[in-house]
Design a binder for this molecule. Structure first.
Ligand code: FAD
Length: 479
């Protein structure tokens, strides 16, 4: 194998998914094993460009050409070192990141891009398998105490970094298990929970303290936190779902996606879930086309729905990049996920007008096709006459986004909010001197990779605040 011409010799290849018919019978991850030699070939496709756009395309600033080279040379120890210099949790991003890095890969201009996400997953796995990642508690402690509120990827990354800097870190989580949306949003078929557990065990061994069933503002007093901790990091996510207040919204059978997904994740974890929202034998309509919508589709198939229809207000994106998102921008299109391979129908440019039903609940939804019309530079939607119809639907899942974090906690601390309701900050610092924020609570609903990036950057600001200076890295250091 020659690295110089790897991109000419090898095609883009990824592990295959298990056949859709087989995989909808369980909640296990869908990808099949992939030989190590093939991963090495994939790493060899990296052209080691003079200006690696993949690197700046990654919200973490991952040093991608360097770790590709190490993987090509089968030096997993060096690959581990390079990876962890910018990314705390490659085992998460390697499984579920939409990989903006691949969208900015230079090879992607006229060939399929390097399989960076897969290579990242392999480095994450090898780092554990070969023992390069093991508990490494800080040698000394600063005796400063930091409270992190929320245990999603932002909170975990902030906790990891602050613990590495020698502070005592306690993570407060209102749920009964740690992990935020990694635990109770993203289904196991995308991210099995042993992967999350393995990381949490390591963080615990390194000295991070986790408190579950601890909701700050309810059973944990915010004033107590202010007194007992030198700094606080708000990583509570953007959890308020966008609603669809149309006629019939009060009917039984209409649920927010997160009710449905969380219950399923709990059941897979072995919990008994009372009054579970179930898709079994029902005509399911998923309203909304993003990641949450796809996860509802995959879950509905696994629950044996009679049919699954996904609706999206936006028009079907072109298969190729358009003028609005030329390379190396990340394509502004809604993704097709593995769940779409498993069946169901997807409709674009459709407006949901009404939920229809009776005293037993939802039976149909009224839809109409729309077209997007440019009016004075603005794209406005117009109903297409004669397309209104009622479609059978016994379970409607609303996955049309999240508006902002919940207000009571922010109000209890006196933290200022933006007009949109997210935490207002300057460089991760809120208006309250020792309170910081990171992740979806600060930037609005986003991605795991951004949450990790923000957790890391916020930790740096906390460390600077506590110690006057910091040695924690910033993604800007890697450019
Ligand atoms: P979260 O992960 O939301 O964690 C916040 C945590 O704070 C929660 O555990 C919550 O219980 C806790 N909390 C809230 N209030 C309090 C309080 N007062 N006291 C204590 N704890 C509190 N991104 C991707 O990159 N790839 C994907 O495939 C993907 N799929 C997704 C699927 C779904 C269904 C959803 C909803 C999102 C998905 N995302 C995906 C987005 C991604 O999960 C989020 O951007 C990311 O988890 C945000 O991280 P966070 O740490 O900011 O918040």
């Amino acid at each position: 194998m020659s690295k110089k011409d790897g991109f000419l010799k090898y095609k883009r290849e990824l592990p295959e998914g298990r056949p859709p018919k087989e995989r909808v019978g369980d909640f296990k991850e869908i990808l099949q094993p992939f030989p190590e030699t093939k991963t090495k070939e994939q790493a060899a496709r990296c052209m080691d460009c003079g200006v690696p756009f993949c690197h700046s395309g990654c919200p973490l600033g991952n040093i991608i050409p360097e770790f590709n080279d190490a993987v090509y040379r089968e030096d997993w120890e060096e690959a581990t070192e390079i990876m962890y210099s910018t990314n705390n949790f490659p085992e998460f991003t390697g499984r579920i990141c939409p990989a903006p890095c691949e969208a900015s890969c230079v090879l992607g201009i006229n060939k399929p891009p390097v399989t960076i996400e897969h290579i990242e997953k392999m480095i994450g796995e090898k780092s554990f398998e070969l023992g390069y990642i093991k508990a490494n508690p800080p040698e000394s402690r600063t005796e400063k105490r930091v409270a992190v509120i929320g245990s999603g990827p932002a909170g975990l990354a902030a906790a990891d970094q602050l613990n590495k800097a020698g502070h005592w870190v306690t993570v407060f989580e209102r749920d009964d298990r740690i992990g935020g949306l990694l635990r109770y949003g993203i289904p196991d078929f995308k991210l099995e929970k042993w992967v999350v557990e393995r990381r949490l065990n390591l963080l615990s061994e390194e000295g991070v303290h986790f408190k579950v069933n601890s909701e700050v503002g309810r059973n944990v007093n915010p004033d107590m936190l202010k007194e007992d901790y030198d700094a606080i990091v708000i990583c509570t996510g953007s959890t308020v779902p966008r609603d669809l207040p149309i006629p019939g919204r009060d009917l039984k059978g209409i649920h927010f996606a997160m009710e449905f997904l969380k219950q399923q994740n709990k059941e897979v974890a072995g919990d008994d879930v009372a009054d579970k929202v179930s898709a079994k034998g029902k005509h399911v309509v998923v309203i909304g086309g993003g990641d949450t919508g796809s996860d509802c589709i995959g879950t509905s198939h696994r629950q044996d729905a009679a049919s699954v229809l996904q609706l999206e207000l936006l028009p079907q994106p072109p298969r190729k990049r358009g003028d609005l998102d030329p390379w190396p921008l990340w394509p502004m299109t809604l993704r097709t996920s593995s769940s779409h391979e498993e069946g169901g129908e997807r409709k674009w440019s459709v407006l949901t007008k009404e939920f229809i039903g009776d005293e037993n609940g939802l039976t149909h939804i009224k839809l109409v096709d729309i077209e997007w019309v440019n009016q004075g530079g603005r794209q406005n939607m117009q109903e297409i006459q004669g397309t209104e119809r009622d479609v059978p639907c016994e379970l409607a899942l609303l996955s049309i986004g999240f508006t902002h974090p919940e207000s009571p906690l922010l109000d209890a601390f006196g933290v200022e909010k933006t007009k949109g309701g997210t935490v207002a900050d300057k460089n991760f610092k809120t208006n309250i001197e020792n309170i910081f924020a990171a992740g979806d609570a600060r930037r609005g609903q986003s991605l795991v990779v951004w949450a990790i990036s923000e957790g890391r950057e916020a930790a740096r600001e906390v460390d600077k605040y506590l110690m006057g200076t910091t040695e924690l890295p910033s993604k800007n250091d890697s450019f």
